[in-house]
Write a protein that binds this ligand. Structure first.
Ligand SMILES: Nc1ncnc2c1ncn2[C@@H]1O[C@H](COP(=O)(O)OP(=O)(O)OP(=O)(O)O)[C@@H](O)[C@H]1O
Ligand SMILES: [Mg+2]
Length: 344
């Protein structure tokens, strides 16, 4: 009976529309979609050419008639139509065999977004044919995803360093007590590398290259063994292809300003936290999630800064979608935590 209902109306979904990657949790199945939040469009007729992984391969490599758009900038919708297309693509992808799927969805959003931005998310979901759209704050979703006791009278601190935003929140008794959301994350780290290479080596590199170097040798804290990597790009003076060697120390220096903005925000959040909850955070530690937290030495740097234990988890990029998934699976238990809802 339940399956028949699911087949007719579609499976309920938990969607983390990330700035860099979107992840979709399907009820009863787990996370089934992990794809870059990119859509490639033919400018002449507005036709979608590719979405997700295929579209990401086109970024920086498109002829003038094609644009590869990342519709979520800094974690919020900057291009409404394309966000809607992206949502529709994910819903279709999950419901290959159901023409009339009208699932219920929980969509995760940064806690710092405005009412207008929330409305845009709900509208994009409604127009992609869902039956009901609910909103869950990313920090809460991540805390539920990693299994923190969010409903207990205990201060739980979660830090989610994503591609476009960093969310820092202290959660207790099912609510976010203090939080800070800054529009800084992995993307800004990539830009910092591009700028450093331009300034110090007169060379232009693309976003994809910058991200790859960051992942390969980037770090937030002094490493025991420093590494080097070869980087290719275009010489700004002669215009020809060239390659240079960069060390992990070079990259760390380039990333320092961005990472300091993140650590400052953590400090400011701790400053705003009531003393009882600070004592809990000291006892139980801080949990670090999001793809940006995978930068080497990030947990160590936060440990040194806060004097608290910093816990990391496997698959930190999936914590938010997993939390939305747990809410979908146990809707009645978590429904009070879902901040806004709308039935269509
Ligand atoms: N091993 C790694 N080292 C450093 N950074 C990494 C690593 N793996 C992924 N990243 C970065 O993680 C970011 C993507 O993380 P995530 O999927 O959590 O972001 P998002 O959810 O799309 O963004 P947001 O939450 O801001 O909307 C990218 O900037 C990516 O470069
Ligand atoms: Mg995220």
């Amino acid at each position: 009976m339940i399956n028949l209902f699911a087949d007719l109306f579609g499976w309920d979904l938990g969607i983390d529309l990330g700035t860099v990657n979107s992840k979709v949790y399907v009820k009863g199945k787990g996370i089934v979609v992990r794809e870059p939040s990119v859509v490639a469009i033919n400018k002449q007729n507005n036709e979608i050419l590719a979405v997700g992984k295929d579209a990401k391969r086109m970024v920086g490599r498109t002829p003038s008639s094609i644009v590869a758009v990342k519709p979520m900038r800094d974690g919020v919708i900057s291009d409404f139509d394309i966000t809607q297309k992206l949502l529709r693509y994910f819903i279709k992808k999950v419901h290959k065999f159901s023409l009339f799927a009208r699932p219920r969805v929980i969509i995760c959003v940064p806690s710092g977004i405005t009412g207008v931005e929330r409305r845009a998310v709900i509208e994009a979901a409604e127009q992609s044919g869902v039956r009901a759209a609910y909103i869950l704050e990313e920090a809460m979703a991540a805390a539920i995803g990693v299994g923190l006791p969010v409903s207990e009278p205990i201060g739980n601190m979660i830090i989610d360093i994503g591609g476009g935003t960093t969310e820092i929140a202290v959660i207790s008794l099912g609510g976010i007590v203090v939080s800070k959301s800054i529009r800084i994350g992995g993307n800004e780290m990539d830009e910092a590398i591009i700028n450093m290479v331009k300034r110090d080596h007169n060379m232009l590199i693309g976003e994809t290259t910058a991200e790859a170097i960051k992942i390969e040798i980037g770090s937030a804290f002094v490493q025991e063994e420093e590494e080097v990597a070869e980087v290719r790009g275009r010489d700004l003076v002669g215009g020809l292809p060239k390659s240079i060697m960069l060390s992990s120390k070079n990259i760390r220096e380039a990333l320092d300003e961005t990472i300091s903005k993140i650590t400052n925000a953590v400090n400011e959040t701790l400053d705003m936290t009531p003393p009882e909850l600070i004592a809990d955070i000291y006892n139980y530690g801080i949990t670090l999630v999001g793809g940006g937290s995978l930068i080497k030495g990030m947990a160590g740097r936060l440990r040194a800064l806060t004097n608290c234990e910093v816990h990391t988890i496997d698959n930190p990029m999936e914590a938010v979608a997993l939390g939305a998934g747990k809410c979908i699976e146990n809707f009645n238990i978590f429904k009070n935590l879902i901040t806004q809802e709308r039935e269509t």
